[in-house]
Design a protein around this ligand. Sequence first.
Ligand code: UDP
Ligand code: MG
Length: 311
Amino acid sequence: MKAKYSIIVPVYNEQESVPLFVEAINPIMNNLNEEYEIIFVNDGSKDNTLNILKNYANKDHHIKYINFARNFGQQAAIFCGLEHSSGDAVVIMDVDLQDPVEVIPLMIDKWKEGYEIVHGKRTKRKGETFFKKITSSMYLKFLQSISGLKIPKNVGEFKLLDRKVVDVINAMPEHDRYLRGLTSWIGFKQTEVEFERKERQAGETKYTLKKMLRLAGNGIISYSTWPLSLSMKTGITFGFLSLVCFITFIVLACCKIFLPLTAWLFPTIVLMFSIMFVIIGFNNIYLRRTYEETRNRPRYIVEETKNFDNE
Ligand code: UDP
Ligand code: MG
């Protein structure tokens, strides 16, 4: 029986990249001689992206799109694509051809060998600044150490997931999902396919520093409760320090050396306040997360879909 593949592509203001992507991926998918669908998730683009997608979808039934009511972010777009996909294997990739389409058949080969998650592993990372590479590698090390997750190195969103894995992910109720953390946490038979990450073929990166920081924060809060333990650790450390201080003062007093204690009062109070606020801040992050989960607001809002079976 022929397999069916789904390609999920989140797009945000990508009018230059979409045509290049379609031109590149069509021959690859046709050569496979199996069934496929390409699902573009238009994440609230303000340029001409939606019209371009409409044109392609009208001409080619393999091309489907989902249009968000506004920009909900790449992760929401990916998870929406997963929920709408019907392939036996699902590939997630960027539209800008930084993830080369030629890697898809290699991923499929691994899937046919029996792997259920195939990560695209970047051996070279062109078109990424030194700042981005160094901060992302430091971030992953930190996230691994506080969460205990084994996140593969140099692996991004570009990956193939078996239907079984997609169904498990779709059944998860959590609100703020982070694909890299989730696919490391979930288990299953995993492997990697190496590729050289190219430069963006058109347009500019859609990842502002703010979006990157939000994603990094989500990874930490979703996969670790380490910040919650900060209050206890800080409390014990400062308790110990104050004990040392008291003992020192008592010893000094015994030796008839008296320090002007008031001099120390001001920085001590300021320090205590800053620690208190940091701890309360962390508590609030979790409180907010719990609130968002219980509120159960949808992760995204779909305005329109095209070429899906249930229309
Ligand atoms: N993207 C999205 N919503 C956003 C930001 C990005 O759907 O809010 C898409 C974007 O169109 C691209 C992919 O996510 O297909 C990765 O974004 P980009 O290439 O700008 O990130 P980078 O490769 O620079 O990290
Ligand atoms: Mg990119």
